[in-house]
Write a protein that binds this ligand. Structure first.
Ligand SMILES: Nc1ncnc2c1ncn2[C@@H]1O[C@H](COP(=O)(O)OP(=O)(O)OP(=O)(O)O)[C@@H](O)[C@H]1O
Length: 366
């Protein structure tokens, strides 16, 4: 059953539509990420859930209650901002206790709940310090404890890790997910970092220019991106321009640069002659000895990524990016000819013109 529901929620700033017909049902305890490029409407959506921005149209319900126009303080949600927004003149304990004081919580209960919240974020030894005496990661955890101490029905996180350096950010991603699992709070996080969204969330909501374009589990978004933008925004993808030769049963034969590919396309409705764009992830390609792959190619560039090598290989399909594990096998040299191998099972249909019967006739005739 849905715990938080957004139905056709939209937002106009004057004539500009920042969010358009946003629909989402969130289950109790779920961790959802709103993912998309700058300006796509993520923060505006979060602010509408929090009640800091008014809603131009649609409805927001929390646990069966219509909160579309409710005042922010009556929604009781926990919020963590990108800047943490800690009170500099208050100690860590006082910062965490703030929400309980507003709620007139009795002193003994307050002490206990603050201690529990600080223990949850591993800061029980730091209660008497001031925010300026804490590192960025510690301040982030204080902000989290302050949001969680009121036991909110929903936790809203706006780019909560973006001020941290790469290593700390990664550690905090795991910690954040761990804490969220422990307390079981339904969480909505805004991020423009696809790897963060993929590693933390139960489901990812991809937004583009105010619209939701895909809602799915991280693996499904990665393996079955809904469009061309998502295929390259979430991970890397080789995009191959091809022409459908024929659709037969549950697959389609496709010509890409003179090489025949088989696309599993049972429900695609592709017609012979249609122009298609196929996606193939770089880690699904393998370099083998010349003549041993599906085609040969010339290594144009290589990049060392630590755990992997990334190669740029010129092939009849176009220039392909190939990711190979740094597993001790000899690395490829630029200028070297290699075979390139892949399984057509890993091809994804990204877009198609879905036409071209006449073009098909020409292809078959030629
Ligand atoms: N107060 C405002 N007045 C007018 N336009 C606004 C206002 N706030 C946001 N916008 C516009 O609404 C659109 C969505 O903004 P929003 O901040 O929600 O995007 P975002 O996806 O969170 O971006 P970012 O990742 O850069 O924070 C943008 O075009 C932005 O310029």
């Amino acid at each position: 059953m849905s715990f938080l529901t957004l139905t056709n929620v939209s937002k106009f700033y004057g004539d500009t539509q920042a969010v358009s017909s946003f629909n989402l049902s969130v289950e109790k305890g779920e961790f959802i990420s709103l993912l998309g490029p700058s300006g796509c409407g993520k923060t505006t959506t979060l602010q509408m859930i929090a009640g800091f921005e008014s809603v131009s149209g649609g409805r927001i319900e929390l646990d069966g209650r219509d909160i579309t126009h409710a005042k922010p303080n009556t929604r009781g949600l926990g919020i963590v901002f990108q800047t943490y927004a800690l009170f500099p003149h208050m100690t860590v304990e006082q910062n965490v206790a703030f929400g309980l004081e507003m709620r007139k919580c009795p002193a003994a209960e307050k002490r206990e709940r603050v201690a529990q919240a600080l223990a949850l974020v591993h800061l029980e030894q730091h209660g008497k310090r001031y925010p300026r005496e804490m590192s960025g990661g510690q301040r982030q955890r204080v902000a989290l404890a302050r949001a969680l101490v009121i036991a909110p029905p929903v936790l809203l996180l706006d780019e909560p890790l973006s001020n941290l350096d790469a290593k700390l950010r990664e550690e905090m991603q795991f910690e954040l997910r761990d804490i969220q699992r422990k307390v079981g709070t339904t969480t909505i996080m805004v991020t423009h970092d696809q790897s963060e969204a993929m590693s933390i969330s139960d489901r990812v909501v991809v937004m583009e220019a105010g619209h939701v374009t895909q809602v799915d589990r991280p693996l499904s978004v990665y393996e079955h991106p809904a469009n061309r933008f998502i295929s390259t925004f979430v991970g890397k993808a080789n995009l191959l321009d091809g022409t459908v030769l024929r659709q037969a049963g549950d697959h389609a034969d496709i010509n890409v640069g003179g090489i025949g590919l088989t696309l599993e396309a049972a429900d695609s409705g592709l017609r012979a002659g249609a122009q298609v764009v196929l996606g193939l992830r770089p880690e699904k390609l393998k370099c083998v000895a010349p003549g041993q792959g599906r085609c040969d190619g010339l290594v144009r560039q290589r990049f060392f990524l630590g755990s992997q090598w990334m190669y740029s290989i010129v092939t009849p399909l176009g220039e392909l990016t190939v990711l190979a594990a740094n597993d001790g096998a000899p690395m490829l040299e630029t200028g070297q000819t290699v075979g390139v191998l892949w399984n057509d099972h890993n091809l994804r249909l990204i877009s198609s013109s879905r036409n071209g019967a006449a073009q098909a006739a020409e292809e078959v005739a030629s």
